[in-house]
Design a protein around this ligand. Structure first.
Ligand code: OAD
Length: 262
């Protein structure tokens, strides 16, 4: 069954339905994407002003691009770091951090590399695509916290071992960290509700999460401004901004006295 609408009244109804689903469970899985950070002023990837509309993923976000021109790639990542550091978490991030105290079992899997969930206080977060404020040595694989200063020099960042550092993010053509994927699937298989927020759902393997959830009988809720490939298949599809819908959801769940089942 799916429920979608553009007008605010039925959006309210859909949020009520989602709150009803969430109000009776104690285990929730959430997948987030760039839409959750949009209201913070961090560009998404595929929207009208999305990063991949203005920049070439092939020239900036592949291992080949880094091999060919590491200065260019680092410049782009420094620019993004700068932009993200000037931004603040929004109400969607804070609402998801509140989920941790509402649900006994909770896991947030994010495709975002912007660290915003942690800045908003989330602790039970797995970062599927890495973290833009971490670098990794191309030689010894050592990971280190790293924030560059945009435009200061063309010097490439180096590891203590002397090796070249690269952003610790997953580029196109690269594998995602296996343990993160496995932990996510393990959690998903025992959870009651999966919520998918602010992702276009076209990048794999994250795009598989909603289907995997449905196949296991997990109830699914989507929050997105636009329709996506899963909108017609989820149990509740809410067409709204994440920073509006999520705080409303938190309020509705916490206002209603319920008896929880796992
Ligand atoms: P996309 O840019 O592909 O999709 C963002 C989604 O958020 C779209 O479906 C929008 O409709 C929705 N959206 C925009 N603003 C919103 C808002 N305020 N509230 C709710 N939804 C909103 O971003 P992702 O799906 O996250 O990977 O992209 C997945 C991956 O593709 C990224 O992690 C990145 C990219 O290439 C790598 O770089 C490896």
């Amino acid at each position: 069954m799916n429920h979608t609408s553009g007008n605010s009244n039925s959006t309210d109804n859909l949020i009520d339905r989602a709150a009803l689903l969430l109000g009776t469970v104690n285990s929730v899985f959430v997948l987030t994407g760039a839409g959750v950070s949009a209201e913070s002023g961090i560009p998404t990837f595929r929207g009208a002003d999305g990063l991949w509309k203005n920049y070439s993923a092939q020239e900036l976000a592949t291992p080949q691009a880094f091999q060919k021109d590491p200065v260019l790639v680092w410049e782009w990542y420094h620019w993004r770091q700068d932009l993200i550091l000037k931004a603040s978490p929004n109400a969607a991030h804070y609402a998801l951090s509140a989920f941790e105290s509402i649900f006994e079992h909770f896991l947030l899997l994010t495709q975002n590399v912007d660290n915003m969930h942690r800045r908003a206080g989330s602790q039970r977060v797995l970062e599927l695509h890495g973290n833009i404020f971490r670098a990794r040595c191309c030689e010894c694989d050592r990971k280190t916290e790293y924030t560059g200063i945009q435009g200061v020099s063309n010097d490439l960042p180096r590891c203590v071992c002397g090796g070249l550092l690269r952003p610790d993010v997953v580029w196109f053509g690269e594998a995602i960290p296996e343990y993160i994927w496995q932990d996510s699937l393990d959690f998903l298989s025992g959870t009651a509700v999966a919520m998918i927020c602010g992702t276009s759902g076209v990048v794999w393997p994250a795009a598989a999460i909603p289907r995997i959830a449905m196949e296991q009988g997990v109830k699914t809720i989507e929050i997105n401004l636009e329709p996506t490939p899963i909108s017609n298949a989820v149990d509740v599809s809410i067409r709204a901004k994440a920073d509006v819908a999520l705080p409303l959801l938190v309020r509705k769940i916490t206002d209603r006295p319920t008896s929880k089942i796992s």
